[in-house]
Design a protein around this ligand. Structure first.
Ligand code: PLP
Length: 482
């Protein structure tokens, strides 16, 4: 049986059909339930166990995509998506992804696509300027903020072990008596702990530092933990400060944390996965006061900056340290330019790299600083407005105040004070809201209490969607009673 490929003219025809579907989908997205309404196993049940022996026409595959797959999709670009943090995409970003997919270039070395490497450097420098980050940082696009944190933890491990971890292995360093510790706030994202596991610190080496009322790391508590570790013969290797914690939007104070890290020679990584996007607004740059002391910072244009997943901007002060932690130079990966040019293969875990810079370039050029600022400012303003309404309602209370475009609340009908019942009631409320398909919210525990997070960030959201969501919450809660 000979290999039969798709004719290019057939590809052209199908690409038009797909493009029409894509535009129709985006135009009609409000017609879909926000969160997928399928039961576990339902999608898999529609997919045959055996792979096809004979190739099938694209029309049949596309039809199954619509009938079998689409019902199992949660519509992250829906204007009533208020769950997690946003993963807002945009038409220019999608168009760029079509080009990236078509070129299908592996951009691991400068030589394997010079434009990809050089554009990556340029757009990350544009973004650094747009966010008001200091000079002297060099950027790389990582797949995710988790990858950036892992990279930072590996560099910190190597620095703290005199660059011996990679060569000798952790067992050897441990036998020599080296013990390392990592510090995060108790509100930090789980990806830091995951990175500490992968990088060989072990979860037991992660110190979760207490936060203040505003969910921000307490620098005095950090200093105390560092001192206690030193006294016990443990080497403090890395602090990861969070700007915009996932649960409550807490912002760790970089100035005192950075000063401590400089004094103590501790590596400082800043995780601004979500909140970094808000730095396009000069009035939000209070968050990066003290950033000069950071060794690296990561933020996700794939969250709140209109760029399709995956695209994490990761800037480092010392690119040599990053490369030294990752580089391996087998003969088959050298090129005539090795050493003279940037080869991003040495800047992170995967060797192969997609041309991710292209979509960010499209987004930054299409919207410009003004467009991005306008969207983010709207989201922040609507969040404050909604949180004020929730706070004023006698049957609801705020559990964490607005931080940029995130706050959390709970239903607390007058006269009901039993915490266990309030937890159960709010869980039931959230289930009912999400089952309705009209909006999508997620939960958190704030100081031990079940809370409903409200996070605005979809590109298509308008103030009317926010008003409608609040009405749905009020009506659903009232129908639930106490
Ligand atoms: N850090 C913070 C503060 C986050 O909120 C998140 C995800 O929501 C992450 C890290 C992980 O992001 P990623 O999916 O890019 O690894």
């Amino acid at each position: 049986m000979a290999f039969e490929d798709m004719e290019i003219e057939e590809f052209r025809r199908q690409a038009h059909v797909f493009a029409d579907w894509m535009a129709d989908y985006l135009a009609g997205i409000e017609g879909y339930p926000v969160r997928a309404q399928v039961a576990p196993g339902e999608v898999a049940a529609g997919l045959p166990a055996e792979p096809p022996l004979r190739g099938e026409p694209i029309e049949a595959i596309f039809k199954d995509f619509q009938d079998l797959v689409l019902p199992g999709i949660t519509h992250w670009q829906h204007p009533s998506f208020f769950a997690y943090f946003p993963a807002n995409a945009s038409p220019p970003s999608v168009l760029a992804e079509m080009l990236t997919a078509t070129l299908a270039a592996q951009c691991m070395l400068w030589q394997t696509s010079p434009a990809a490497t050089e554009m990556e450097g340029r757009v990350l420098d544009w973004l650094r300027r747009l966010l008001g980050l200091p000079e002297g940082l060099q950027g790389v696009i990582q797949p995710s903020a988790s990858d950036a944190a892992l990279a930072a933890l590996l560099v910190a491990r190597e620095r703290a072990s005199g660059w011996r971890g990679n060569e000798a292995g952790l067992a050897e360093l441990g036998a020599e008596g080296l013990r390392l510790a990592v510090y995060v706030s108790e509100e930090a994202h789980s990806s830091i702990e995951k990175g500490a596991k992968i990088a060989g610190y072990g979860r037991a080496a992660v110190r979760k530092i207490a936060c203040d009322e505003a969910f921000a790391m307490q620098p005095e508590a950090l200093a105390g933990a560092v001192a206690a570790d030193r006294a016990a013969g443990i080497t403090p290797a890395c602090v990861v400060a969070t700007l915009g914690s996932t649960g409550s939007g807490g912002v760790d104070p970089l100035a005192p944390i950075g000063a401590l890290c400089r004094r103590e020679g501790i590596h400082l990584h800043v995780d601004a996965a979500w909140a970094g996007a808000a730095l396009v607004l000069p009035e939000q740059r209070w968050m990066i006061e003290g950033i000069e002391a950071a060794d690296s910072i990561a933020t996700n244009p794939h969250k709140w900056l209109l760029t399709n997943f995956d695209c994490t901007a990761h800037w480092v002060r010392d690119a040599e340290a990053l490369k030294r932690s990752f580089a391996i130079n087998p003969a088959y990966l050298t090129s005539a330019e090795t050493g003279e040019v940037v080869d991003y293969r040495d800047w992170g875990v995967p060797l192969g790299r997609r041309f991710r810079a292209l979509k960010l370039w499209f987004v930054l050029r299409y919207y410009g600083a003004e467009g991005l600022r306008a969207m983010i400012a709207d989201h922040i303003a609507w969040t404050a407005e909604l949180a004020a309404e929730v706070a004023a309602h006698p049957d609801f209370e705020i559990t964490s105040p607005p931080a940029l475009a995130l706050f959390s609340f709970r239903y607390r009908p007058r006269g009901l004070d039993d915490e266990a019942r309030l937890d159960a009631l709010n869980e039931a409320l959230l289930t009912r809201l999400n089952d309705s398909g009209r909006l999508y919210l997620t939960q958190n525990r704030v100081r031990g209490r079940y809370a409903i997070r409200f996070s605005i960030g979809a590109r298509t959201t308008t103030r009317d969607h926010v008003v409608a969501a609040w009405q749905t919450v009020r009506e659903t809660a009232a129908a639930l009673g106490a």
